[in-house]
Design a binder for this molecule. Structure first.
Ligand code: SF4
Length: 355
């Protein structure tokens, strides 16, 4: 039996599952959903990675080792962009040559380029009857699903601080997570979108005076709660208005089109793109200042060079606009308490400024 798995990032593994569920030959293949990131996965990745590699490498490697230990014999590495684009090649060598795992590795990216036809050829392992046409149809569906889930989750995040009925909101969120796994048609997506939007709108009760905080920085830490100590969830729970721009649909579908605009909007501080999401960190911080936000938290994993490039520029912006920005680097040895204390102190300061 073929058992296919893939590394985890946030809730997006649900969408990957949905996609695979539609294309595999179920008589010969089953899907092993990766565990959510946790300490054990991080330790597995840490033990087997080069010391100075950035933390997402360790999370994704740990996630793959965990699935291989549970019986997976095919692994798909989906990440692209930045050094992530070349991680797959190194991870394959570590897993096969250093650790001795015997499995098929499907790598969708070479550098920053999606290797579509090579991937189709490899995908035959999962279903020998798979046709390019049906694969394209499923890709179209999955792009729609990704767009729907990112849009609706962003809409909730943007309005969560104005919703008092948290129980009802939790139910809607769980239904959306469930849909990411189970929705099967584009028509269903449209209907669900209308339904959830109506339900959420009924719960929103806009009130002024909320503290507004933006979160910018590296994509993995922004999209995976565990890797950023649940920062976003925590701020939302405390009732602050939270803005985060980076989503998988932005990275995969919009980023290329938006880069020129972002660079243009930050031309006083940037002449060239600075790699990965560094340009976004600068441009989005400027946008948040213009929108009247009270402060920004910049997060990155240990070893992330594009965000190290963005930091001095953000410090200059902070000085020029007298705008508070907190910087935090997540490492494999983070202390939850130290992090909480820094966030709380930063928020206290924002609240005092606002008063
Ligand atoms: S953006 Fe940073 S953390 Fe992410 S792959 Fe690139 S260097 Fe690593």
């Amino acid at each position: 039996m073929i058992i296919v798995s893939y590394p985890n990032i946030g809730e997006y593994e649900r969408i990957v599952y949905n996609f695979l569920d539609k294309i595999i030959d179920k008589s010969k293949c089953k899907i092993l959903r990766p565990e959510k990131n946790n300490r054990k996965i991080l330790e597995l990745g840490e033990e087997n990675s080069p010391t100075n590699v950035c933390t997402p490498f360790k999370y994704t490697l740990g996630s793959m080792i965990n699935s291989l230990n549970k019986g997976a014999n095919v692994i798909i590495q989906i990440g692209g962009g930045c050094r992530f684009g070349y991680y797959a090649q190194i991870q394959e060598k570590i897993l096969k040559k250093d650790m001795g795992y015997d499995f098929d590795f499907i790598n969708l990216y070479n550098g920053n380029k999606l290797e579509f036809f090579k991937a189709v050829k490899k995908a035959k392992i999962l279903n020998s009857n798979l046709k390019v046409q049906s694969l394209l149809k499923e890709i179209y569906f999955i792009v729609k699903l990704l767009r729907f889930s990112d849009n609706i989750i962003t809409y909730i995040r943007d309005n969560e601080c104005y919703i008092d009925d948290k129980e009802h909101l939790k139910k809607i969120k769980n239904m959306i997570l469930d849909d990411m796994l189970k929705i099967k048609t584009v028509n269903e997506i449209s209907l669900k979108n209308i339904k959830y939007k109506k339900e959420i709108d009924k719960l929103i009760n806009k009130k002024d005076g909320k503290l507004k905080i933006g979160i910018v920085g590296e994509l993995y830490s922004l999209m995976d709660s565990f890797s950023s100590n649940f920062l976003e969830k925590d701020l939302l729970k405390k009732g602050y208005k939270v803005k985060r721009y980076t989503t998988a649909s932005y990275l995969l579908l919009d980023k290329n089109k938006m880069q020129k605009n972002l660079l243009n909007n930050s031309k006083l501080y940037l002449k060239y793109k600075i790699g990965a999401d560094g340009t976004e960190s600068v441009a989005h911080t400027l946008e948040l200042i213009n929108k009247g936000y009270d402060g920004v938290i910049h997060i990155k994993p240990f070893g992330c060079t594009p965000e190290i490039n963005a930091m001095p520029i953000l410090k200059k912006i902070s000085d020029d606009y007298s705008f508070p920005i907190m910087f935090y680097t997540f490492d494999t040895l983070n202390s939850d308490t130290g992090f909480q204390t820094r966030v709380e102190a930063f928020i206290d300061m924002l609240e005092m400024r606002k008063k």
